[in-house]
Design a protein around this ligand. Structure first.
Ligand code: FUB
Length: 330
């Protein structure tokens, strides 16, 4: 109670200070979301499909935005948000930094995304429904800052449904994840039912060569995510339905991938499961969504964060999803 009062007073002082700048003209500062009850970390809107980036002294989480009404059916997703924190407890909401309307080729469905940095530029890979080629497609937006503004440098999708024929579904070109290997070669992985990958050119906005299928995964559904630790590549993904998070490892991004099992069990009241993995100040974190807010569900999800741990042999321990989440690391 005392803590809540303290936070209220600090917020009021911040607001007054903002209003007093520049001869009393109100300055709109991004609100600080103080994470009183921890998970889910974002409580004022429904957020899903986290991608995460460590840059400077902060973590940036890029999320989808669930706007479906309570008890409504189907995804209603029109924009993507950015949140940042330098202590993992206090998150700044940078707002709906990217909208479907930024992509002239897209007509809706702001599904999963990931933003990465290369040479001081930020590339935000997204999937959305294509306007003229039936099905989902993958595009990219670019910025000089992790919080935007982001614009589409291509004016066209990088991947469309007619470029991938391993399955007949219209939504196999979703959930892009991008990783830059030690030799500078960037790879994009994505998919639903089938996991695809392709090289990206150094400019990060064009495919470089053919699209391949990842081999060695079991019951791949969607949400691939790449990270590397101590020489081993990790490909985490959503397995089966309702989805669990499973993973495979390899000595190279092109495989051979070896299935290693499930690390995150299915979520109560929500079929999907979508993870991002980062290491921040020497501690790995697992960022994911649940339906953990009141009135939450399949189409009203919420992003959470918990610590992740490795065994000494490099395998990942089962994720302990907590309500308390991560306390301030500062
Ligand atoms: O949010 C829409 C879709 O649901 C995502 O693209 C998938 O990963 C699943 O979470």
């Amino acid at each position: 109670m005392l803590r809540t009062k303290f936070i209220f007073i600090i917020s009021a002082l911040v607001l007054i200070a903002a209003c007093n700048k520049d001869s009393g003209t109100p300055v709109v500062e991004p609100p600080i979301i103080t994470n009183i009850n921890h998970n889910p970390i974002i409580k004022h809107i429904f957020t899903a499909d986290p991608g995460a980036l460590v840059h400077g002294d902060s973590v940036y989480i890029y999320t989808g935005h669930d706007e479906q009404v309570y008890n409504g059916n189907g995804y209603v997703m029109n924009d993507w948000h950015v949140f940042s924190s330098n202590d993992l407890e206090n998150w700044i909401d940078h707002g709906a930094v990217l909208e479907v309307s930024e992509f002239s080729w897209a007509k809706g469905d702001a599904w999963a995304s990931q933003c990465i940095e290369r040479d001081g530029k930020f590339y935000w890979y997204i999937c959305a429904e294509h306007r003229t080629i039936a099905g989902k497609a993958i595009g990219v937006a670019m910025s000089d800052s992790p919080t935007g503004p982001f614009t589409d440098p291509v004016g066209a999708a990088l991947v469309t449904n007619n470029m991938t024929t391993a399955t007949n579904i219209f939504w196999d070109d979703i959930d892009p994840t991008v990783f830059i290997d030690d030799d500078g070669q960037a790879y994009m992985f994505w998919g639903n039912t089938v996991c695809y990958y392709a090289k990206l050119k150094d400019n990060m906005i064009e495919l470089d060569g053919p699209i391949h299928q990842v081999q060695g995964l079991q019951r791949f559904t969607e949400a691939p995510y790449l990270h590397k630790k101590e020489g081993t590549y990790y490909l985490t993904y959503s397995e089966g339905w309702p989805e669990k998070t499973a993973y495979a490892t390899a000595d190279s991004l092109t495989g051979v991938w070896e299935y290693k099992g499930v690390i995150n069990e299915a979520i109560e009241n929500c079929g999907t499961n979508h993870q991002a993995i980062i290491e921040f100040e020497n501690q790995p974190y697992f960022i994911y969504h649940t339906a953990g807010l009141p009135t939450g569900g399949d189409y009203r999800r919420s992003v959470c964060i918990d610590s992740m741990f490795y065994n000494t042999d490099g395998t990942i321990q089962s994720i302990n999803r907590t309500r308390t989440g991560v306390k301030s690391i500062r």
